[in-house]
Design a protein around this ligand. Structure first.
Ligand code: PMP
Length: 457
């Protein structure tokens, strides 16, 4: 289709005049997107890009997936409405399907509008159920943006220099690449024949990070006041940090001992993305008390959810709950179609197969480029950490930006994250194939070479 929007220059002007300056773009010359189809995006000049970031892990089944588009179009012609005051059929069809994806007693669904809203509600539920106020999360985590969530999110880049609400604590990040204790993470098991004894990794690191968690629980949080711990299954915004094997399971056990609930933030890791399981927490062998999800749930349509047990939801019934748009007919129709597509097109399995291939190709690439310090992740939730060769020092942001700009100009869109902005994030629509992987790895290979050659001149 022909692009008919404002000119590129006009959008730059409007952005400068009317966008909040705190909003950032990945690229020096940001993309002006025009259309999308499955794993492909097209800019205003109809140049085609392989999308490896999916609007930050949001487009799960593919841009403008025809089945999801049809579900939305059908609904738009029938009923637009709110949720709480009357009943509408789509929400019932949807919650039945969504809940069938959960193990155990996770049976009550709150439908909301964004990941931030979901985590905000999860805080409320945990406090209501336990009667306690204190919440713990991992350092460098991102769990959403609001004046309250700024306390849960432990990432300096997203924290304004102002007091945050009391009762939030953070425990050192269990990061096998950069963390104090290193660690043996699951991805290493993707290397044939490797085990913690053969990789030189610390087999007991999970226990050491757990010891640190215990110290925070014992020293900083008043006795008996813990409401919950929040954690992702793989930390997303901070550059795809995979925890050492056993960490999440042990953390949940410890938190339970201290009277707290465990909240799994599946905003990025849910809906089959990690390949082995539908939910990331299943890869850790745990049963959370509350699960929050967003992004991929709607393939780009604004919607999110909190799933919990009947017992926990009952504690929230002390006051009425209202949410104008949560679970509206359009969102319910879209969410339902997304679940159908994941199943019909076996996208979870695709994440597993293509993800394994992707990580193998990146490990090969790493052998040729010492600037690649670490390759990690699971399924189609991958990270490439760029470093100053021979060290673990983060590659300076200016170099990372140059490399990203070259990959973009050559038609591949990587994401970016990490505490120093030096991790390339790969979280594409879950429909990508091995041919796409070959293209991405080739473009990255050439971009690194081109940048290093230009720099050495
Ligand atoms: N949790 C995680 C893990 C996220 O990555 C994000 C968004 N990046 C959120 C919560 C917040 O979601 P939203 O932007 O939809 O509010």
């Amino acid at each position: 289709k022909e692009y008919k929007g404002p000119s590129y220059e006009k959008t730059e002007q409007l952005k400068a005049d009317h966008f909040p300056p705190a909003v950032y773009n990945i690229y020096k010359r940001p993309l002006l997107l025009h259309q999308g189809h499955m794993q492909w995006l097209y800019d205003h000049e109809n140049k085609k890009y392989l999308d490896l970031f999916a609007g930050i892990v949001t487009v799960s089944v593919g841009h403008c997936h025809p089945k999801v588009v049809a579900a939305l179009q059908n609904q738009i012609n029938i009923l637009w409405h709110t949720t709480n005051i009357y009943k509408q059929p789509k929400i019932y069809e949807y919650i039945e399907k969504l809940v069938s994806k959960f193990p155990g007693d996770l049976k009550v669904v709150y439908l909301v509008n964004s990941g931030s809203e979901a985590n905000d509600l999860a805080i409320l539920l945990a406090k209501a159920y336990t009667g306690n106020n204190d919440i713990i999360s991992l350092q460098s985590s991102y769990h959403g943006y609001s004046t309250g969530l700024m306390a849960l999110t432990a990432s300096q880049s997203y924290r304004m220099p102002m007091p945050v609400p009391p009762g939030f604590y953070h425990t050192p990040l269990a990061d096998p690449f950069r963390g104090y204790w290193g660690g043996w993470r699951d991805s290493i098991s993707q290397v044939p024949g490797a085990s913690c004894s053969t990789t030189g990794q610390d087999c007991d690191s999970a226990d050491k990070y757990i010891h640190q968690l215990n110290e925070v629980l014992e020293t900083s949080i008043p006795a008996g006041r813990l409401a919950a711990m929040f954690a992702e299954s793989i930390q997303g915004v901070n550059g795809t940090v995979q925890f050492p094997k056993g960490y999440i399971r042990k953390a949940q056990q410890l938190v339970k001992k201290y009277g707290g609930l465990f909240v799994s933030d599946e905003v990025q890791t849910g809906f089959g993305r990690t390949g082995d399981h539908f939910w990331g927490f299943q890869g850790h062998g745990i049963m959370p008390d509350i699960v929050t999800m967003a992004k991929g749930i709607g393939n780009g349509f604004p919607m999110a959810a909190v799933v919990t047990t009947k017992e926990i939801a009952a504690a929230h019934a002390k006051a009425a709950y209202f949410n104008t748009f949560g679970g509206n007919p359009m969102a319910s129709a879209v969410g339902s179609a997304v679940l159908d597509v994941i199943e019909e097109e076996q996208l979870q399995n695709n994440c597993k197969e293509v993800g394994k291939y992707f990580i193998e190709q990146l490990q090969q690439l790493q052998k040729h480029h010492p600037v690649i310090g670490d390759v990690r992740g699971k399924g189609l939730m991958l990270g490439i950490e760029l470093v100053v060769p021979g060290t673990k020092t983060a590659l300076p942001v200016t170099d990372v930006s140059e490399i990203l700009e070259i990959t973009k100009d050559n038609g591949v869109l990587f994401g970016r994250g990490g505490r120093w902005g030096n991790v390339l994030r790969i979280k594409p629509p879950m429909c990508i194939n091995k041919e796409n992987v070959d293209l991405a790895v080739d473009v990255l290979d050439k971009a690194i070479k081109q940048h290093l050659t230009a720099k050495s001149k």
